[in-house]
Design a protein around this ligand. Structure first.
Ligand code: CTP
Length: 406
């Protein structure tokens, strides 16, 4: 999603009475951080979980809690809120709140202002799994799904506050924000195919030992999530990382550099963009022993040979094509970052390289933040710092331009 989508947008946030209500604070703060103006309404039950004063402080504006309160109505009543907002988000949308919205009821600050609102609505359900699965809730959902201008984000699956495991969790903050952005932007990358490599590779020496590196695939997966959120059809060729949960796009699991190469070569010509973020092992043992090697006294020597360069091989294959994908690489460096990155950009025939100083604190392997410099084949450079998802958003802002997407 373009990183400026929320700039200047007016968002009404209706908070429902569920345990996830406390997360409304972070949500409001993130909307404002991304440039939106926020006004909050709350149900009575919501006020049992989070105080209006908290949300007033975080939104920087008074909170609508009671539409019978003349002083509130005079200052900024439910109809004002409905006319003011560009979008209305309900979070958490509890079973009770969904039922009332589906029935068109208007009996508290949230439902009255929502019923009077004509713009796009985003509902973020969160409740106990049994309540979610109850036929009454499912009936209400069917009604709401068929209601124009009404969209959903979540619920996510996982452990719930009450100890159950299943659907019912409020979606993660990033997904909620993507949901809001989705209300405003016609998906920028709809119809585009994106191929991404992510994670490490693992090169076996014997059945129990291998050469690898500490990559967790987080950067590549952030790039994938961002492309997916912008409407692209995404395939990630993913090396061996820990459990990544259910992902909303295609994942091709591989182990070695050779496997990764094969998976990429099959797909790269159909892609509109190929983003190589994998930390491919540069070497593999020359021979892979069929049985576990027995240890011996004294030093041992393992002869290693080069693995294929996945990005370079894929780039060479598509360079001469009339329509080739935009090619993006990452350069993980510990010194002479920009110089080395520029060398890789030229050598591998790329359109863009993301230079990453992995020796800097809060950057590189297995952390959630990064600081990078984007270097284009045309010589343009720009820097970015922040969460891997924010870096991914900047990356797609640049690649979308190269794809001719607005
Ligand atoms: N890459 C790849 N296959 C390899 C090595 C690297 O696809 N066998 C890709 C990476 O995914 C990254 C880019 O090439 O996008 C640069 O990777 P990096 O490890 O920084 O550089 P190398 O080419 O391995 O060069 P060096 O080891 O000299 O730093």
């Amino acid at each position: 999603m373009n990183s400026h989508v929320l700039q200047g947008k007016r968002i009404a946030v209706g908070v429902g009475g569920g345990i996830a209500a406390y997360k409304a604070g972070d949500f409001v703060r993130e909307l404002r951080r991304q440039g939106a103006t926020v006004k909050v309404s709350m149900t009575k039950a919501a006020q049992e979980f989070i105080t209006p004063l908290t949300l007033q402080s975080l939104s920087g504006d008074s909170v609508l809690t009671d539409y019978f309160d003349a002083s509130q109505e005079e200052k900024f009543g439910h109809l004002h809120l409905a006319r003011w907002a560009d979008a209305y988000v309900v979070l958490p949308a509890t079973a009770d709140l969904l039922a009332r919205i589906a029935a068109g009821m208007a009996n508290d600050a949230v439902t009255t202002s929502l019923l009077a609102f004509r713009g796009p609505v985003l509902l973020a359900p969160a409740m106990n799994t049994a309540m979610w699965e109850h036929p009454a809730t499912q009936r209400n959902l069917a009604v709401l799904r068929a209601t124009p201008n009404t969209h959903f984000v979540g619920p996510a699956s996982g452990p719930l506050a009450d100890g159950d495991v299943g659907p019912g969790r409020l979606s993660e903050l990033n997904d909620l924000i993507d949901g809001v952005k989705g209300l405003f932007s016609a998906a920028q990358l709809t119809g585009k195919r994106v191929l991404i490599t992510a994670g490490p590779t693992r090169e076996a020496m014997d059945p129990v030992r291998f050469i690898s590196n500490p990559s967790t695939g987080k950067m590549g997966l952030a790039v994938a999530h961002e492309a997916h959120a912008r409407g692209a059809t995404v395939t990630v060729v993913l090396g061996p990382v820990g459990d990544v949960g259910a992902l909303p796009f295609e994942v091709v699991k591989v182990v070695t550099a050779d496997d990764m190469l094969e998976a990429v070569m099959k797909r790269v010509e159909q892609a509109d963009a190929f983003i190589a973020s994998a930390a491919v092992s540069d070497w593999k043992p020359q021979t892979v022993l069929a049985h576990k090697a027995k240890k011996t006294e004294g030093p041992q020597t393992i002869t290693v040979v080069r693995t294929p360069d996945v990005l370079m091989t894929a780039s060479a294959k598509v360079q001469a094509n009339a329509k080739r994908p935009v090619l993006v690489g990452f350069a993980a460096e510990t010194h002479e970052v920009i110089n080395y990155a520029k060398g890789k950009l030229t050598r591998k025939g790329l359109d863009l390289i993301v230079a990453n100083d992995v020796s800097a604190a809060g950057a590189g392997f297995a952390v959630d933040t990064n600081q990078v410099t984007f270097i284009g084949a045309d010589g343009t450079t720009s820097s970015a710092q922040g969460s891997k998802r924010e870096i991914a958003a900047k990356l797609w802002d640049l690649v979308a331009k190269k794809l001719g997407a607005p």
